[in-house]
Design a protein around this ligand. Structure first.
Ligand code: FES
Length: 160
């Protein structure tokens, strides 16, 4: 963790009546800094929290929202909840995998895109829903996804 996040993590530990409540917010700090939770940071988090690395690992394996491997610049998450499944989520997933040439939960060779299927992202009434990095996209279509992929690739090519 960088110095600023380390300080934030130490503050979080003292902010909660129960020290262990700070773990998830601290893991979010790490994920935001690195884009995933590197192995070395598990020890750092354990030290800050005063717990064992095994405890941190147990939380990491329970919460699938944390990544253990680097993800692409664009993390495209397709909801696989029931409402989205009934409204074309599978079609969106297949489209993305075919278009980008990646396996399920895979990252493109250029490190630009990671495609994941995730549980409900709370946009059920606007299914199928997709989340790209921190933005939510209700009623997503293949055409909109194609436009996004093309635009993102163009921005990277042009250095924008
Ligand atoms: S089922 Fe997809 S947003 Fe809830």
């Amino acid at each position: 963790m960088n110095a600023a996040n380390l300080q934030k993590a130490q503050e979080l530990v003292h902010r909660f009546p129960k020290k262990s409540s700070a773990l998830i917010p601290i893991l979010h700090l790490v994920e935001d800094e690195f884009g995933y939770i590197p192995e070395a940071e598990v020890q750092t988090v354990a030290d800050v929290m005063g717990v064992t690395p095994a405890y941190v690992e147990s939380v990491l394996t329970f919460y699938t929202l944390f990544h253990r491997q680097p993800t692409g610049k664009y993390l495209v998450q397709v909801c696989r909840g029931l409402s989205c499944q009934l409204n074309g989520a599978d079609e969106l997933s297949h489209f993305l995998h075919d278009e980008l040439g990646v396996q399920r939960n895979g990252t493109t060779d250029d490190g630009l895109f990671t495609v994941e299927e995730v549980e409900c992202i709370a946009l059920c009434k606007d299914a199928p829903a997709v989340q790209i990095n921190l933005e939510f996209y209700p009623r997503m279509t293949k055409e909109q996804l194609k436009a996004f992929l093309d635009q993102a690739a163009k921005e990277v090519t042009s250095g924008a």
